[in-house]
Design a protein around this ligand. Structure first.
Ligand code: AMP
Length: 279
């Protein structure tokens, strides 16, 4: 695995590799890697791509200073995981490399409706920051394929919109959510859970499963209330339990016959977790 910290060095290396005709598969991450991240790398490798992972904790997408400061880092362990998984290139830029003019630089992306609902309503400015950094990373890496996780469903839609706005020539590959044995979606934030918090965090997945199984034979308002009650009973603090159109994230008041996605955000202690399931 070759490691680069500077865009110019990365680009010089990738330019050499491109002449061999291999596609570049890019996996942007914020580190604290787990099997979910590694599954994205696995997909890029399965597709025969030269795999490029980035680790960059992007300051402009954190609306909560404490969340940014407490974001877990584990660079040595991350590098071991990437090496073991056969990652070809690791891009590890410092903040000054991605934001040479400073992190006050405004994001130019108008994400419209996507920037008003669900996560956007709870984390103002978050997705503008996501669009901004993924665009910068795509400029640096210039991959043919971009691998992202369904775990962050709204983020995938935001990045798809940014790709459309910029008319970028990159194919997005959305990979399934990797889960722990009790169904909890793998997340870097899970390591901040205490043992008792970890023991109840799987309730989020159970709620998603119950939303799925009740599709077609229950009123969603009732199912949502059951989910809220169950989560609260177990000591979680739900932010939202929503049903949305899987294609454009229009919020739905009840089940319909079209592709839908159920989305949940809840706090377990001071750790905010999100998950979703396509119905
Ligand atoms: P992050 O480091 O959390 O920004 O995530 C980097 C990428 O990994 C994003 O595309 C995430 O959606 C994806 N990802 C995070 N958790 C999982 C998971 N449990 N399963 C699959 N992909 C994931």
């Amino acid at each position: 695995m070759v490691v680069f910290k500077k865009i110019a060095d990365l680009q010089a290396y990738l330019h050499q590799q491109k002449t061999s005709g291999t596609d570049i598969g890019f996996i942007p991450t914020m580190g604290a890697l787990h099997k979910g991240h590694i599954s994205l790398l696995g997909e890029a490798k399965k597709a025969g791509c030269l795999s490029v992972c980035s680790i960059f904790v992007n300051p402009t997408q954190f609306n909560d200073k404490e969340d940014f400061e407490k974001y877990p880092t584990s660079l040595e362990a991350d590098m071991t995981l990437l090496l073991d998984a056969g990652c070809d290139v690791l891009f590890l830029p410092p903040v000054t490399e991605m934001y040479p003019a400073g992190t006050e630089e405004a994001s130019k992306y108008d994400l419209g409706y996507l920037d008003t609902v669900l996560e956007a309503a709870h984390r103002p400015g978050h997705f503008k920051g996501v669009a901004q950094i993924v665009a910068k990373l795509l400029d640096a890496v210039q991959p043919q394929k971009l691998y992202m996780g369904q775990k962050d469903y709204q983020q995938c839609m935001v990045v798809r919109k940014m790709i459309e706005i910029d008319n970028r020539d990159v194919a997005m590959v959305i990979c399934p959510t990797q889960r722990e044995d009790d169904g909890l979606a793998m997340s870097s934030r899970n390591r901040r859970l205490t043992d008792p918090q970890r023991a109840v965090a799987g309730i989020i997945y159970q709620c998603l499963v119950s939303i799925l199984t009740k599709k077609g034979n229950a009123d969603f308002a009732i199912v949502r209330k059951e989910c809220f009650d169950l989560m609260k009973h177990k000591g979680l603090e739900p932010d939202y339990v929503e049903l949305a159109d899987a294609n454009d994230l229009t919020i739905l008041s009840n089940y319909n016959g079209r592709p839908m996605v159920a989305l949940i955000a809840a706090k377990v202690g001071n750790v905010r977790l999100i998950d979703n399931m396509i119905l």
